[in-house]
Structure formats: C-alpha cells, structure tokens
Design a protein around this ligand. Sequence first.
Ligand SMILES: *Cc1c(COP(=O)(O)O)cnc(C)c1O
Length: 404
Amino acid sequence: MIPLAVPDLTGNEKKYLNDCIDTTYVSSVGTYVNRLEEMVGEATGSRLAVCTSSGTTGLHAALTAVGVGHGDLVILPTFTFIASANAIRHCGAKPWLFDIDPSTWCIDVSQVERSLQEECTVSIDLNGKKTVTHSATGQRVAAIMPVYTLGNLPDMSKLHELAGQYGLPLIADAACAIGANYWDEAANESKRLGRLADLSVFSFNGNKTITCGGGGAVVGANERQLAHVKHLTTTARVWPDYDFDEVGFNYRMTNIQAAVGVAQMERLDRFVGRKREIRKWYKDSLSSYSDSAGVSLFPDTRGCSCWFSGIVLGKGQGFKQAKDVCERLKERGIEAKPFWKPVHLQAPYADCPVAKKEGGTSTDVADGLWDRIVTLPCSTNITDGELEAVSDAVREILLGQSRG
Ligand SMILES: *Cc1c(COP(=O)(O)O)cnc(C)c1O
C-alpha cells in the first residue's frame, strides 16, 4: 500500500530519543524542548516560540491569551479541520463562520471586510478600546482566526489592516503550514510566518510536514502575548513556590516529543522541498486531464508549503464519487482520502452564525468544493516510482469514469 502521509523518522530521531532515556529527561524539562523552541523560532522568523502538547492546545492557549472567553465570537473560515472550531469552543466562545476564496481555499477576506462593516457595530470606551458586536446575536467579536489551508495563505496584509482598524487580535491557525512563506504583493517581498499575526500556531501531529508524534508550537509578533501563552501552558505557576496567578493549563510538550521534533526540524527544508516536488509532479502528470475528466488541482499560491496534494473532481460530482475514487485507488494499493468537511455541516457547530455574502448563499464556495476533494499520497519519502504509479492509477480511473 502506498500510504497517504506517513512520517520519515530516519534522521536523528532514534538517537535523540535514546538520549532522553539515558539522561532520564523524558518529561517537561529538558534541552530538546528549548532546542526545538529555538529552531521553530529561527525557521519562522519569530523571536520566541512556545512548544505545546498539540496544535489544538496551542490554539486554545493562544485564544485564551488574547482574551477570547465565554459568549464571544471568533471569525473563522468554515473550511478547516474541526480542531480550529474546537479550540474556540474550549474558550466558551463560538466560531462566526466565513466562506473561502476559491483561489486559496483560505478565508474570504472581502467577506470579512464587508461583514465587519455591515453586520457589526463598534463602540469605543473612554480609553479608546474598541468593542465589536455582532448585531444579529449581540455577541462580542473577540478575534480573527485565518487558517493557512494546506500551506496557502489568505491576504494577510488586508487581514492585518482590518485587525488594526477594529482592534481585534489576529490569531493564525498555521497548523499545517510549517515551511510556508507569505508573498506580500504590495511590498513585493516574501515574508516568513512567525510575525505575520499576533500569534500563529503550528501542529506537529503525525500527518503534518514535521512531527513530534503529537505536539505544536506558538510563535508570533506579539512577544507580550507569547510570554502569556508560555505562562498559561505551564500551569500559570509563579516560581519558586506553588503559587499560581490564573487558571492555567498543562499544555507543555515533553522532552521525548521535542527530541523527535528537533530531529525532524533538522530536515525541514528537505521535507518542504519534497512536498513541493510532489505537488508539481501531480500537476505535471494530471493537469492535461483537467479537460477530458473535468478535474482540477489544489491551489498553489506563491510560497505554499504544499502540505497535502490531490485532485478536485469535476463539477456535478460529489462525496459519493470522491469515496468511489478512493475505493478504486485502494484496490490498486493506493491510499487516498476525502478532505475536511466544513464546520457549519458538523453537528456540534450547526447553530453557529454564518457571515452573509452578496450573491449566492453564504458558504457556496466551501459547499461546492469540499465533497469533490481527493487527497493523494504525499509522504516526504514517497519515491518517484510510487508517484508515477499513483498518477497512472488516477488517470486510468478518471478517464474510465468520464467515459462511463
Ligand atoms: C492538524 C490541524 C489542527 C490540529 O492540530 P493537532 O496537533 O492535531 O491538535 C488544527 N488546525 C488545522 C488546520 C490542522 O490541519
């Protein structure tokens, strides 16, 4: 079976894990955690990084650090992994759901701009602090949370401007985007992710480009908030005694996880390079079929880290056809899967407010996209021979399907 996405653990992972056991530093204290925080900070251009037990807990701590709390709303694209919504819900808040831009699969920034203007009221207190209220529900809007889908980014310059204008913190779910860069059109330069948002959160889950087994990291432009995240994730302890100054979390990463992460980060450039080659491979071998079989490929913005690759079936196809393609690939020894089902279609979030949109329904882009996606094998250690086998099988199945 050619797997969808498995980690490559053939570097120094075993050596560093043995070192943890030999030195007995297996828990939340140890040199690997510090080393990994340095490496993530360095790689993303953030002065500080705070490692966490997962991407989800990193998001929860980040949202808590900027004051997201009970009864609040957080602006979120509906097309994301459920963990983004869960982290908001863990704060007692709810996502305010937005559609995506078809060219990036990231949040529709113009819809954000319009909805802040037309669906909210803004009040300013005596200290000049702004409060944004969602008119229909009366709930406070507490943050903007873009998601870097597959390592593509939305117009972050515009989101940064809107965040400033409305006094909202900008928290990026960069969980699947390590290694990506942001192409700033206006500035005509490439920027690293570390300082694009107040706080940005990476995941090091097993299927991500870099893995710790499980884990995450928070970076950001706002060093005061980053220090607060560190404090919150480490039980909010005031050393040296057992004093705690707020309700904290035990969201620390262990030295064992970090040992794997350090070995992985040593090969970040190689891994991201291979992810981009895989994307190009599928593009070169399948794009000529877009006419005959009606398929299209994943968005590939400048600087994209190409976490996952795959195809989008033609218009008029749906979840049944996507599952069918996966099944037929499986018969040929190839693992393929559908992708994220939007948050507004998930039972726990069915009652969340959805932003209005001019023309079409509020979520028509996400609704018309998600059920036609098929993700294809994209492990960093996939061989060219395996990529060829996948491309051949996809061509055979799609052309067969278009004939039938
Ligand atoms: C993987 C992922 C998460 C969750 O990260 P975990 O480490 O699994 O908790 C959150 N958001 C997005 C977009 C992801 O891809």
